[in-house]
Ligand binder design. Structure first.
Ligand code: B1H
Length: 817
């Protein structure tokens, strides 16, 4: 109301001393120097780039905190409906550049650091990525301006090293080592979380039970400020750290068993110590289930107003445990009747499904759940009982259906089907793009569509933030766009559909020239990066062909590397004269493999060893180079993406739920070579079929091809003589000991689940179409312009607005200046 009573002390003294944002160069410099002197206890004499980065970051943080305070105060006053975004992964990348952009203080800060004797570009390089995620899933979470809840892993995704033999080695990522200026420990926000123990039903006519005993740990909140773009509005990402309860395990302590007490304190801290580095499978591990419950429990414990029963929640990553946890709180702690509790719960959660691979759907062994979370198992059983009664009522006597839909899968051991629980416990089930949602509805959740009706299942196509994935990573292109639109970036970066207005400029030769020159400079920037980090020399006159994503058989880096070998063999077959007519190409890979995913690591090894031979072959190296860039990260992607002419998104049709790097490449004017899968399809619709290169079997055909591969197998020689030749040179040792690759080659010779041989000729043909198209430089640039300028739909702003308006029912809150 503005007329509230001042809460404490002398209002005048407070108001006179409250700080305002520092937004001019002198104020910023004062603030930075202040942090150098006090927060860092250093001086101009002993300040290095790291120290200067820290001081600059702390001063930016001051500004964020002030905005954050105003935002949170406004939320408290207005009590708007809020959404909470639950994700076990937030793959943030670096924060400083993004904060400066969003605060619109980039210029001022670099002027100030200049004056203090530091180059802002160098300072930005000092920051360690916050890599608390495996891939696109965790990045999506990072793109959301609503309250987020996650875990504060002490170690993010592992650092990837490549041994001399080409083996992936994993080293820990101690990203918090140099302090993290972007977080605030909230010592006032701590909750107890219980594990193990026993659950005893009260049997007093209520569904209540008492859960007691076991181990208790403390969840400690750290808040990370997430600035909105060109607005005061600054949201919060709350990351939980586990720590031992104070006066830990007093029993063992008093019994003189000091060591046991300390051990249990270690096990408490272990819960948030490391991000599981698996993409698509992490079930069965007790610690992972502990992480999941720890985080949903801490997050559900917010009892401050409005009461928890009014909280609309949205959940992305396997946070399915939040469903039985909310039921437990309502039933056991709040004494809410079961049916009411279930109604609240199913109106609270929204579930977004991110995978179409059946093997990636989370399942937990019943005995593990029984041991770790006995009360939750009871609740899951009860939910299942009521649910199956309802199914039986609708489909009487259909026992097979009951078995298919049960939350408990029979077997040894029995397993809990978490995706089914998420489905029935949520108000809506969303998919990350149109086709993946269709796939989910016709396969893994088919029975549920029949039971609950199709209306519950919808899709919101994923998006990416144009702030990081255009303005920050490609500042020259951003500047050209602003100039050509004659509109400041503050406007079009928040309304990406405006890019469409640039389409006519594809016909403007001067504009094309500028566009192409920027691409060329981005290629040189990448070459420079590779030179300084790896000491390798890259031909920047070649076409840059990039595939960067997690290494997985379904994503088919294998198809790409086999295609590269095919190109190499073709070049070797040519005369020197013929070769001169060939368009030079540089192929880049970057990918982390899950540490236990042996075939994936073997594929990395093959790529590295092929690169070694190709790059040293004097006959071909001017026409074909190959690089595997180690330690793929958000920051590396920011250098690679703007430099690509073509990027590959070539998953077997029907396997990639969406993909988001495809959107990033296209937004930067890189063309797309891909299968008819995931978000590629919607990208094709937006940019027009003539600007993308599609190939391969379509989703509806894949099942039949797989069936034939098993029951009517044909040799690779028959399916694709070209591929057969490639496999034979690998196995004969052209790239070192052929024997080691046999297990990988056999996945293609037998079964070929991912259709490598079936798609190979079509893939080679698509590569040829890319080559041919590249010969016409002007037409290629036109395609590049058309691609970037039709990417409006893939802004994360559009995706989030869709969620907010159509599902979460949220309205924006204005933060007064
Ligand atoms: C996606 C995952 C994932 N979907 C399990 N599912 C994990 C599953 O640690 N685990 O066990 C980790 C990650 N990741 C990705 O989500 C899809 O593969 C992409 O296609 C999609 O673009 C992205 C965002 O929707």
């Amino acid at each position: 109301s503005g007329k509230e009573k001042w809460p404490r002390g002398d209002e005048k003294t407070w108001k006179e001393n409250m700080r305002a944002l520092e937004t001019d160069v002198p104020g910023i410099s004062r603030n930075i120097v202040n942090h150098v002197q006090t927060s860092l206890a250093r001086q101009a004499y002993n300040l290095d780039d790291l120290g200067a980065y820290q001081a600059a970051a702390l001063s930016v943080r001051d500004n964020l905190i002030l905005n954050w305070n105003d935002t949170q105060l406004q939320y408290t006053r207005k009590e708007p409906k809020r959404a909470y975004y639950l994700s076990l992964e937030f793959l943030m990348g670096r924060a400083l550049d993004n904060a400066l952009l969003n605060l619109d203080l980039k210029k001022q800060y670099s002027e100030s650091t200049d004056k203090l004797g530091f180059n802002m570009e160098d300072l930005l390089e000092q920051e360690r990525d916050a890599a608390l995620g495996n891939g696109g899933l965790g990045r999506l979470a990072a793109e959301l301006p609503v309250w987020g809840y996650g875990l504060r892993y002490k170690y993010g995704i592992f650092q990837q090293l490549i041994s001399p033999e080409g083996q992936q080695l994993e080293a820990p990522d101690p990203w918090l080592e140099n302090q993290n200026p972007w977080e605030l420990p909230r010592l006032d926000v701590q909750y107890d979380v219980r594990f193990y123990g026993s659950a005893d039903r009260l049997n007093d006519g209520t569904p209540r039970a008492v859960w007691s005993g076991g181990q208790e740990v403390v969840a400690q909140a750290y808040d990370v400020m997430i600035p909105g773009c060109f607005t005061k509005s600054t949201n919060n990402l709350r990351l939980w750290e586990s720590k031992p309860k104070r006066g830990f395990d007093l029993n063992s302590f008093n019994a003189g068993d000091y060591e046991r007490a300390v051990e249990s304190s270690n096990s408490a801290s272990a819960i948030t110590s490391v991000l599981y580095p698996n993409d698509h499978t992490t079930f069965g591990k007790e610690l992972r289930l502990k992480q999941q419950y720890f985080w949903t429990a801490a997050q559900s414990r917010r009892h401050d107003p409005p009461p928890i029963t009014q909280f609309p929640e949205s959940q992305r990553h396997p946070s399915t445990m939040a469903i039985p946890e909310l039921m437990r709180i309502l039933v056991d702690e709040e004494d809410v009747p079961w049916d009411t509790a279930w109604q609240i719960t199913t109106n609270t959660f929204f579930y977004t499904n991110h995978t179409v691979l059946p093997e990636a759907l989370e399942k937990w062994p019943v005995p593990l759940m029984q041991h770790l979370l006995p009360r939750h198992l009871q609740i899951i059983y009860d939910i299942n009982m009521y649910f199956l009664q309802a199914v039986e009522k609708k489909f009487p006597g259909d026992r097979e259906r009951l078995a298919r839909m049960s939350l408990i899968e029979e077997g040894f051991p029995q397993q809990i089907r978490m995706a089914f629980l998420a489905c029935i416990g949520s108000r809506k089930v969303n998919g990350g793009c149109r086709t993946s949602q269709r796939a989910v509805k016709t396969t893994i959740l088919k029975d549920f569509v029949e039971f609950e009706g199709a209306g519950k299942f919808s899709n919101v196509t994923n998006g990416i933030t144009p702030r990081r994935w255009l303005d920050q990573c490609n500042p020259e292109l951003s500047a050209l766009i602003s100039k050509s639109l004659n509109v400041p970036k503050q406007v079009w970066l928040k309304d990406l559909f405006m890019l469409k207005k640039l389409l006519p400029l594809a016909e403007d030769a001067a504009f094309r020239k500028e566009w192409a020159e920027i691409k060329q400079r981005n290629k040189e920037r990448l070459a420079h990066h590779v030179r300084t980090t790896l000491g390798l020399e890259i031909n920047t006159n070649a076409m840059f062909d990039v595939q960067i994503k997690r290494l997985h058989e379904y994503k088919r880096q294998s198809l790409n590397i086999l295609g590269v070998i095919h190109r190499y063999l073709t070049l070797k077959d040519m005369s020197a004269e013929e070769r001169k007519k060939v368009n030079p190409r540089v192929v880049f890979f970057a990918a982390k493999a899950a540490p236990g995913y042996w075939i994936a690591k073997l594929i990395i090894r093959l790529i590295v060893n092929v690169a070694r031979i190709l790059n040293a072959d004097p006959e071909t190296k001017d026409y074909l180079q190959l690089y595997f860039l180690p330690d793929y990260s958000v920051s590396l992607a920011e250098v690679l993406i703007p430099a690509s002419d073509i990027s590959q998104h070539i998953s077997t049709a029907g396997t990639e739920a969406s993909g988001t790097s495809n959107m990033k490449f296209c937004l930067n004017g890189g063309l797309l070579l891909g299968t008819v899968d995931g978000a590629n399809i919607e990208i094709g619709e937006e940019v027009g079929e003539s600007n993308v290169f599609f190939f391969g079997y379509l989703t509806p055909e894949v099942e039949q091809v797989r069936y034939n591969n098993i029951y009517h197998p044909r040799p690779v020689e028959e399916k694709s003589p070209a591929l057969a030749r490639v496999l034979s040179v690998v196995s004969q040792g052209m790239f070192g000991d052929g024997g080691i690759y046999e297990p990988f080659l056999n996945t293609i010779r037998q079964g070929d689940y991912y259709l490598i041989a079936d798609d190979f000729d079509s893939y080679i043909n698509a590569l040829k179409m890319v080559d041919d198209a590249y010969l016409d430089k002007e037409e290629w640039i036109k395609k590049s312009i058309r691609t970037a300028c039709t990417m409006g739909k893939f802004s994360s702003d559009r995706a989030i607005m869709e969620y907010a308006e159509s599902y979460w029912n949220l309205e924006p809150v204005k933060i007064p200046a």
